[in-house]
Ligand binder design. Structure first.
Ligand code: MG
Length: 387
């Protein structure tokens, strides 16, 4: 088995929304196609993936550094014993001659390539990627049913009275019972009113999470936490800079309910530091590392080992970015649940067109691989890579 071509294409994200720190209207994502010499039904089997949402396409790193390394490697050096590509070996080859540390855009580029291997192998086996991931990592309690929550509540340029309520009601009509909204982009008083409006729709604070996207310094994070705490929210996400473990630990000493962070940590070592120095409370706080941004499933599994070796439970892992990649990793590794963007970040946000949300959960279909073929607007983009 051999990789014969690696195709990367940058596409725009369709979303003119903002959180407390950034606007997404100019964001891009790398689509990746791994074309092999394997043929099924007269056509080459192609592994598809992308590099998650929120951190831009990585065309240069893939095209100029990683794809040439993979194409130059001896084909057998990238295989596992069953003759299929090894995700671990593909990742290691992609990272040849790269220094350790400094896990930024390179981690997102590598994710695109590593995740395409899982899509490819699952298609060769004619099974969902989640089933393959569960078998590979010996997750024996596999279930295709995944708990999901709707992420939205952004700041819109043309914000109108009642828009937030209408958005949350629309999610409820779709079958969601838990939601996440952005905070930190308005005054504390304005944000508290928005949160109270959201709770009025959900009926309970523990069905609403808030995300400050790293906006606050320590004093602001503590003040916001104090204003929030009586609502006993589902969680309070990324209050401060994602690498400020001291801030997180000081906030954890004061804020009694769940904190969440991790979507901007891209390596096992970063997660080890979070576990050691971030003040995370086992059985309460949430970890949101995203395999689509952090070198793929291989490195994500190493992160889980770090957490579990320190007494944390994988059921408290809710990967960032609601899309098909994350959904299959959550089911495959038995994590707590998955974010999903029902309305924004097209064509990537959300799951297959026919997947139903029922009482805040979805069931992964039997489609092979990550099931991109069941999301019409996304597979249409992938087809442009192969035409
Ligand atoms: Mg977030």
């Amino acid at each position: 088995m051999k990789i014969i071509k690696i195709i990367e294409k940058s596409i725009p994200l369709k979303s003119n929304v903002s959180n407390a720190v950034i606007n997404f209207s100019n964001h891009t994502v790398s689509l990746v196609a791994l074309v092999t010499d394997q043929v099924r039904n007269g056509r080459p089997v192609v592994g598809l993936s992308f590099n998650s949402i929120g951190r831009y396409a990585q065309s240069g790193i893939i095209d100029q550094r990683m794809a040439p390394r993979l194409l130059a490697a001896k084909p057998e050096s990238l295989l596992q014993t069953n003759g299929q590509l090894s995700a671990e070996k593909v990742l290691a080859c992609s990272l040849q001659n790269e220094k350790p540390g400094g896990h930024g855009d390179r981690a997102h580029a590598a994710s695109g390539l590593e995740l395409a291997v899982w899509d490819l192998n699952a298609k060769l086996n004619d099974e969902p990627a989640s089933v393959l991931i569960a078998r590979h990592y010996a997750h024996i309690a596999y279930s295709p049913k995944v708990s999901v929550y709707a992420a939205g509540g952004y700041y819109y340029p043309d914000e109108q009275t009642g828009r937030l309520e209408a958005e949350l009601k629309a999610y409820q009509a779709l079958g969601f019972d838990r939601f996440k909204m952005k905070v930190g982009g308005a005054t504390l008083a304005q944000d508290m009113k928005r949160i109270e409006r959201a709770i009025a729709i959900t009926g309970a604070g523990n069905k609403v999470a808030v995300d400050a996207n790293g906006r606050f310094d320590l004093a602001q994070a503590l003040a916001f936490g104090k204003a929030l705490q009586d609502h006993e929210l589902m969680w309070y996400e990324e209050a401060g800079d994602p690498l400020d473990f001291e801030l997180n630990s000081l906030l954890a000493k004061e804020y009694p309910s769940a904190l969440a962070t991790g979507e901007n940590l891209f390596s096992r070592q970063d997660v080890k530091n979070l576990a050691l120095f971030g003040g995370a409370r086992a059985g309460l706080d949430i970890f949101q590392m995203d395999p689509g941004l952090s070198y793929g499933v291989t490195e994500y599994a190493r992160m889980l080992n770090e957490l579990e070796s320190r007494g944390f439970d994988r059921k408290f892992c809710y990967p960032h970015s609601g899309q098909l990649l994350g959904l299959h990793v959550v089911a495959g590794l038995g994590l707590g649940g998955c974010e999903v963007y029902p309305g924004v970040f097209q064509p990537l946000g959300g799951f297959g067109d026919q997947i139903l949300i029922e009482q805040g959960a979805v069931k992964i279909s039997d489609a092979a691989g990550f099931g991109f073929e069941e999301k019409a607007n996304l597979i249409a983009e992938f087809k442009t890579l192969l035409s």
